[in-house]
Ligand binder design. Structure first.
Ligand code: AMP
Ligand code: MG
Length: 426
């Protein structure tokens, strides 16, 4: 089945983007190897949790998070919300893993923006929506999420609706608290809960049901990313990365991983970031790298060349003195890898006119900041999640530790200035 949905164009600034990128490519013609991550991160189901995680991490018992929150009697603990979020993304991961394993051509649709949308996107969104509502029945429910059921209600989408409903029911039946079988209409309604506009007041869940759909379809990295906004701030995040190795992917461009995969990162405001095997097992607190030396740093960027100006990121890396080639992976798995110190920097400079959505950064942002990192726009301002479904940004998003941030901001500023003067002289 193939469906085409017309969406408004994001703006047409190709000339500017090409000029700025060509300019950097002329100045900085370094051959950067594009990794074949399909080979490096094959889809492998995790059979049993690891007995020990080979990360050099300072451990802090999970109870510390609750007890420290208990001392701030007036502020909410978000404990039950975090438990619900972890359960929701874990169950949604099961659905996605099942679909990715048996990805059929008929599961792939196409949007006008050419990104493939799979039954797993819709199924994942339905599962998260249903689990959150079931686990938190007393709370008002507002969900800002990527998908809606518009295309699925088309007459030609009967088979796909049925397949999604079957997947959702199968997935929920693996959870002991699940009871009745849901109808197609109930599943579509659960998907449509995601229409919320978010904003600066109240609580809003923010979901990307499959972040990195292109990676998902390729068999590479993707994430199920769920955050909670309270008063316009991200207060918790649960980030499931079903294909991310449990051990470091530093230098993954050169060294294929043969270890176990499937991680969930989770964070609550003021309580640190933890990583756990998706299939269960001990949670360990994670921290961003402490490196102060850019020469030792490596940086993450999108696997998709169209998602970030590589000429610009290459120029910034060169100014910083970064020696290692970029590590290119899909989705917010980059934020997860950054939070445990697999690399030191994440840079994202979309083409001019692209508007970042809050669900592409909410969970990843708190996972990194609670692990000791910073996430800002290209001018060094914190990301503002209070403005609705989009982030109002200056140029791009950068993330690193507090020691490297001033150097990174300086390199960004210089490179952007060079780009401007180069494009105005062309
Ligand atoms: P990543 O793999 O980090 O590039 O992130 C994947 C996300 O990028 C998707 O979920 C999309 O929401 C988003 N995306 C889609 N098109 C673009 C674009 N042209 N520039 C930047 N991000 C995009
Ligand atoms: Mg996304």
């Amino acid at each position: 089945m193939s469906m085409t949905v017309m969406r408004p164009a994001q703006g047409c600034c190709c000339h500017f983007n090409n000029a700025i990128n060509n300019c950097f490519n002329l100045r900085y013609r370094r051959t950067l190897k594009t990794p074949s991550l399909a080979a490096e991160f094959p889809f492998v189901a995790v059979a049993s949790p690891p007995t020990r995680l080979s990360l050099s991490l300072r451990r802090r018992p999970l109870t510390v998070a609750s007890s420290s929150a208990a001392t701030m009697s007036s502020s909410p603990s978000y404990d039950k919300e975090l438990a619900a979020a972890k359960k929701a993304v874990s169950l949604a991961s099961r659905l996605c893993q099942k679909v990715q394993k048996a990805l059929l051509q008929s599961d792939v649709q196409s949007k006008s923006d050419k990104s493939p949308v799979t039954v797993a996107d819709y199924g994942s969104q339905a599962v998260v929506s249903l689990v959150l509502q079931r686990e938190l029945p007393a709370d008002p429910f507002s969900l800002v999420a990527e998908e809606d059921s518009g295309d699925l209600r088309d007459d030609s989408a009967q088979d796909i609706r049925a397949r999604i409903t079957e997947l959702v029911n199968d997935t929920l039946s693996t959870d002991e608290s699940s009871s009745s079988t849901l109808s197609v209409e109930q599943v579509l309604k659960a998907i449509d809960c995601g229409v919320s506009e978010g904003g600066a007041t109240g609580r809003h869940w923010v979901l990307d049901p499959i972040d990195g759909t292109k990676g998902f379809v390729r068999g590479d990295q993707y994430a199920i990313a769920l955050g909670l906004l309270d008063g316009g701030k991200v207060v918790l995040g649960a980030l499931a990365c079903p294909n991310l190795p449990l051990t470091s992917i530093a230098g993954a461009n050169q060294q294929p991983s043969s270890g176990e995969v499937g991680c969930i990162f989770f964070a609550k405001l003021g309580s640190g970031t933890y990583m756990q095997p998706l299939e269960g097992g001990p949670a360990v607190e994670v921290h961003v790298t402490a490196t102060e030396n850019p020469e030792e740093a490596s940086f993450f960027e999108s696997y998709e060349a169209a998602h970030s100006l590589r000429g610009l990121t290459g120029s910034i890396a060169e100014k910083l003195g970064v020696k290692a080639p970029p590590v290119r992976i899909d989705s917010q798995a980059k934020y997860g890898a950054l939070s445990r110190g697999d690399g030191a920097i994440y840079m994202r400079f979309p083409h001019k006119g692209y508007r970042e959505k809050i669900w592409d950064h909410a969970a990843g942002c708190i996972v990194v900041t609670e692990a000791g990192g910073l996430v800002t726009d290209a001018a060094g301002k914190d990301l503002d999640f209070s403005k609705g479904r989009f982030l109002d940004l200056d140029t791009g998003i950068i993330s690193t530790n507090a020691k490297l941030m001033p150097l990174l901001l300086k390199a960004v500023k210089e490179s952007l200035k060079e780009g401007e003067s180069c494009s105005s002289s062309m």
